[in-house]
Design a protein around this ligand. Structure first.
Ligand code: HEC
Length: 230
């Protein structure tokens, strides 16, 4: 998002700066802004605005609160920096994707005790729970995973998103070989290890879920008694 309407930036900056207009970004924006906002119906001039300008703008208007911090918004790790160069993950060049996946798979931590499966009933609660890491959540509180926001998992739950593929009958269809178990753990730990620039959160790597919570979600997907596999 390097090209934005200069007058929109000017407006947003003056709002964020409380109309004072003396902030460095406001001055930068003025230097690229047209003299006056164009009349309705006229083409809107655009100007190149760099990532640095946008970062300054976000820093002006976003206030850290609870677990939702400004650093969390602005600090990008190498994978996020690489993925930010592409508008959607289907446009990531193959060599870039391969490099990201290779780096991310090295970050996956498999359970030291070799126990991959927990309690699917707890896993179902975690999959249903969309709380955590928002400004209104406690710092260090227990997070949910909100898997249903993107995936179908069971037949009983009829409200689910479809950004991700249906995971209904995941274990029944794939079995529970060591390869399947390790892939599934790795996918939940760090989704980008298997598909660069994935929309799916990196639950383990980013500390969203604990190791035990991942075991419980694993059981939801793979336990033959889980409603996912009925
Ligand atoms: C914000 C959306 C989102 C959330 C939340 C999400 N996922 Fe995903 N997931 C995706 C997308 C998109 C894909 C497909 C692209 C990819 O592989 O990354 C995917 C792929 C997967 C796959 C691989 C499927 C396959 O065919 O190999 C698994 C397993 C999975 N998700 C499990 C989960 C679990 C378990 C949760 C909750 C702990 C979860 N996801 C939460 C978006 C999401």
């Amino acid at each position: 998002m390097n090209r934005i309407h200069a007058w929109m930036l000017t407006t947003a900056v003056s709002m964020a700066a409380g109309g004072i207009g003396t902030h460095a970004l406001a001055q930068d924006a003025k230097s690229v802004a047209p003299k006056a906002r164009p009349a309705a119906g006229k083409a809107v001039p655009v100007a190149d605005v760099g990532d640095g300008d946008l970062k300054k703008l976000i820093a002006l208007s976003f206030h850290s609160k609870g677990p939702a911090t400004l650093d969390g918004v602005l600090q990008q790790d190498p994978m996020q920096q690489a993925c930010s160069q592409y508008p959607d993950r289907t446009s990531v060049p193959e060599p870039v994707a391969k490099k990201i996946e290779a780096a991310e798979i090295r970050q996956v931590k498999y359970p030291a005790d070799g126990k991959y499966l927990g309690d699917w009933k707890v896993g179902e609660q975690i999959a249903q729970n969309g709380r955590g890491m928002q400004f209104s959540d406690p710092v260090g509180g227990t997070n949910g995973a909100n898997c249903y926001a993107c995936h179908q998992l069971t037949k009983a739950e009829i409200s689910f998103g479809n950004i991700g593929p249906s995971l209904y009958q995941y274990g029944k269809l794939r079995g529970n070989s060591e390869a399947v178990i390790k892939y599934t753990w790795g996918k939940i730990w760090d989704s980008n290890a298997f598909s660069a620039c994935s929309n799916m959160p990196r639950f383990g790597h980013k500390g969203i879920l604990t190791e035990q919570q991942i075991r419980d979600v694993m059981a939801l997907l793979l336990d033959p008694a889980s409603p996912v596999n009925q």
